[in-house]
Design a protein around this ligand. Structure first.
Ligand SMILES: Nc1ncnc2c1ncn2[C@@H]1O[C@H](COP(=O)(O)OP(=O)(O)OP(=O)(O)O)[C@@H](O)[C@H]1O
Length: 358
């Protein structure tokens, strides 16, 4: 078993309210990602679960049992940090074996376990080397192997891929997903990188200023963000948000545009709203009456696609377009909106409008 739950975690450091009532329930065997910007309270949450942080309020339950008063060791959780913290004078084998040696495992037990985990991480050929003879990616694998070698209740990982270069990070994302699948253990993984979160997680908890904004599958968080902040934080390029109001069967923009009102909209007439449009749900090819007109502001070629910035009045739309798109800044441009994919938020509360039957 490896369920991890935190209820109403509160922690302040002087003036800073790092955690303001964080509740998370991590199912056994899941890859659970805590995603949030710098300072959101991710590390503090993880440290609180591990028993390394004294809480002002709240409780931590492991396998359904209240473990709030337990020492870190008694919680039986393995932590993996962004710094590798390997023993420089020991070989890779000895580094990986260290948690087992600390528990006085037999030599045979140690050899079997180290061989198994190094096979899983493809580092068999590194076992006799010292950390100084390893690349950053190899060191990360060794640190991971050291955490995986014993069978803790769950793994807590704090941005373990941050120090790797982009290519290695992408590789390790795939590796971690594979390792998780083959082990079937519980991973609680902290990151500020939404691509990591969306690509690896079974469940994502989005954290902001010590509060959980939304918990859901990557698809839920991306396609049905609970509020305007989550919509803007998750997704690249950033979602475009346009001020508007519902009027009869139309949405009327503050910048003078109008669009058919999506059928599912529950907003009361005239209430200030924000229309959320993701770049991939917009197109620079004009079709029908679902278009917004603006002027081309700039093109951002990204190789496989180009992001087109279109200014509608004072507001900016970001549109994902084919790499062959061309245009001169200042020229008029029509942007087609996929009305089935738009998001609407209450402009005052920031909350997503309920989308019954969507
Ligand atoms: N030991 C500490 N003393 C004082 N303030 C702290 C301490 N630890 C964390 N904080 C503050 O608490 C808030 C949350 O910090 P935390 O490290 O949990 O955020 P984070 O989401 O992990 O950020 P990052 O992605 O930058 O690591 C921040 O404002 C941070 O400055």
């Amino acid at each position: 078993m490896g369920t991890v739950a935190a209820y109403g975690l509160r922690k302040s450091f002087g003036e800073v309210q790092a955690l303001d009532g964080v509740t998370l329930e991590v199912p056994d065997g899941s890859f659970f990602v805590v995603l949030g910007p710098s300072g959101a309270g991710k590390t503090t949450t993880l440290r609180a679960i591990a028993g390394l942080e004294k809480l002002d309020a709240g409780s931590v339950h492991l396998d359904g049992r209240d473990a709030t008063g337990d020492t870190p060791a008694a919680r039986d959780l393995a932590m993996v940090f962004q710094s590798y913290a390997l023993y420089p004078r020991r070989t890779v084998f000895e580094n990986i074996a260290s948690p087992l040696r600390a528990r006085s495992a037999s030599r045979e037990e140690i050899t079997t376990a180290v061989e198994k985990v190094s096979g899983l991480l493809h580092i068999e050929r590194l076992l006799t080397r010292k950390p100084a003879q390893l690349s950053g990616g190899e060191m990360q694998r060794v640190a991971l192997a050291r955490a995986l070698v014993r069978k803790p209740r769950a793994f807590l990982m704090d941005e373990p891929l941050t120090n790797l270069d982009l290519k290695l990070r992408v590789e390790m994302r795939t590796e971690l997903t594979r390792i998780h699948r083959s082990l079937g253990e519980t991973f609680v993984y902290v990151t500020n990188d939404q691509v990591e979160a969306l690509s690896m997680a079974d469940q994502v908890a989005v954290l902001r200023e010590g509060t959980v904004q939304q918990v859901g599958t990557p698809t839920e968080v991306y396609d049905r963000p609970a509020n305007q902040w989550v919509a803007a934080f998750v997704g690249s390029p950033r979602i475009s948000l346009l001020a508007c109001r519902a009027q009869g069967d139309r949405l009327v923009g503050a910048e003078g545009w109008t669009l058919p009102r999506p059928r599912w909209t529950t907003a009361e007439e005239g209430r200030p709203l924000l229309l959320g449009l993701r770049a991939e749900d917009l197109s620079v090819e004009a079709r029908g009456d679902t278009a917004l007109t603006g002027e081309l502001y700039g093109l951002e070629p990204l190789g496989d696609r180009t992001v087109v910035d279109v200014k509608v009045g004072k507001e900016m739309l970001k549109v994902k377009a084919r790499p062959t798109v061309t245009g001169t800044p200042g020229e008029r441009m029509s942007v087609t909106v996929d009305l089935d994919r738009v998001h609407l938020f209450d402009a005052d509360t920031g909350l997503a409008l309920s989308a019954v039957g969507r």
